[in-house]
Every structure is written in structure tokens, then in C-alpha cells.
Write a protein that binds this ligand. Structure first.
Ligand SMILES: CC(C)(COP(=O)(O)OP(=O)(O)OC[C@H]1O[C@@H](n2cnc3c(N)ncnc32)[C@H](O)[C@@H]1OP(=O)(O)O)[C@@H](O)C(=O)NCCC(=O)NCCS
Length: 171
């Protein structure tokens, strides 16, 4: 959720990307992302079946002031992925991170770049001390990305889904 001290949504920029707030006009791109079978392969969610479901997702993010960024490739203006900080603890010092990238944009270090920026934002602006990431045990691209960013694999078992591995980054 947006921190009380944040008045407006924080747009972030990296060398190759802009991370900005989702808007309803993103519905087509969000539908592509959330209905893509490659992206959904290891995600514990129902793939979007309709544009209406994608719109509902955008509205849920907006209504709850969630910190979910649309990842934009600025030259084309195309929405190529999404990244979010979720479930910020009541004490405000732990949260979860989730991320997804269109298959055509994978393998180029885009998510690594976006993650670094969002992690720096979480630590420096929100004061987050521990960031958790939950990933399916067979999701090697995700595990590799997390390890590159110095997340450590935890021994914790997610009882609701034993196929999930918990990674944690401590500040
Ligand atoms: C998880 C996911 C985002 C990883 O995507 P990715 O493209 O592998 O990650 P990056 O964008 O950081 O790119 C890293 C790759 O680009 C390469 N690369 C090229 N230039 C690079 C650069 N400048 N910096 C870092 N890596 C670079 C790396 O070597 C790596 O390739 P490799 O895996 O073949 O070695 C992607 O697989 C995905 O969207 N999956 C579906 C959603 C999902 O499972 N989310 C996780 C659970 S929330």
C-alpha cells in the first residue's frame, strides 16, 4: 500500500525503463500479461479470460493504492511487464515483491534493472528491512533473478503450497 508519506504515486526510471502507475488505458496490455500461458506457468493465479477481468485487476490496484508499477519501454511506449510491493507489514518493515515480464522482453536483464530500482525504493523511501519473494520451486528464471539480486533461499515451508520456495532479501 502507498506509504502515508507518499502523496503521489512514485514514478521511477532506470537506464532503459520507466516504471509508472497503472491506468485504465493499460487494460489491453494487462490482459496480455495476465493471460499469457508462459507467464502464468508458475503463478498461483487464474489467468485472465476477459478484458473485464484485466480491468478489475487495474481497479483493485487503484482502489487499494497498491504499489504496482507498469514497466514501460520508453521508446515504444509499450507496457512490457509489471512489478509490485505487496503485503507491507503493519510495522511497515517487511513486504513481498512480485514481478512479471512479457516473454519477448525476457533474457535481456530488464527485470533485474526494474527490481534493483524498486528494491532501492523499498529500502530507502519506505524503510523496508526485509523483502520476501515467493516462487515455484521449478521457476528457475525467477530463482536465478532473485539470487542475482542477493536474495537468500529460506528454509520456511509455505504450508498452503509446498511447491513454493521463499526467498528473502535483508537490508
Ligand atoms: C521471472 C522473470 C521476470 C525473469 O525474467 P528474465 O528475463 O529471466 O530476467 P531479467 O529480465 O533480469 O533477465 C535476465 C536474463 O537476461 C540476461 N541479461 C542480458 N543483459 C543483462 C543485463 N544487463 N543485466 C542482467 N541480465 C542480463 C541474463 O544473463 C539472464 O539471461 P539467462 O537467464 O539466459 O542467463 C520472467 O521469467 C517472468 O516474467 N516469469 C513469469 C512471471 C513469474 O514467474 N514471476 C515470478 C514470481 S512473482
Amino acid at each position: 500500500m502507498l506509504n502515508k508519506t507518499l502523496v503521489t504515486f512514485p514514478t521511477l526510471t532506470t537506464e532503459r525503463l520507466t516504471l509508472r502507475q497503472l491506468v485504465e488505458n493499460d487494460v489491453q496490455a494487462i490482459f496480455l500479461l495476465r493471460s499469457d500461458p508462459v507467464i502464468n506457468k508458475y503463478l498461483d493465479r487464474e489467468p485472465s479470460q476477459t478484458l473485464e477481468e484485466a480491468l478489475q485487476f487495474i481497479r483493485t490496484i487503484q482502489t487499494n493504492n497498491l504499489l504496482y508499477w507498469a514497466i514501460i519501454e520508453p521508446i515504444s511506449g509499450k507496457l512490457v511487464g509489471g512489478i509490485g510491493l505487496f503485503n507491507v507489514s503493519n510495522e511497515g518493515n517487511t513486504c513481498e515483491i512480485g514481478y512479471e515480464l512479457l516473454p519477448d522482453y525476457q533474457g535481456q536483464g530488464f527485470m533485474n534493472e526494474a527490481m534493483k530500482k524498486v528494491i532501492a525504493f523499498a529500502v530507502d523511501i519506505l524503510g523496508i528491512k526485509a523483502i520476501n519473494a515467493f516462487t515455484h520451486k521449478a521457476n528457475q528464471p525467477s530463482a536465478k533473478l532473485l539470487q542475482m539480486l542477493n536474495f537468500e533461499q529460506m528454509e520456511i515451508i509455505d504450508e498452503s503450497n509446498p511447491d513454493v520456495i521463499v526467498f528473502r532479501l535483508l537490508n
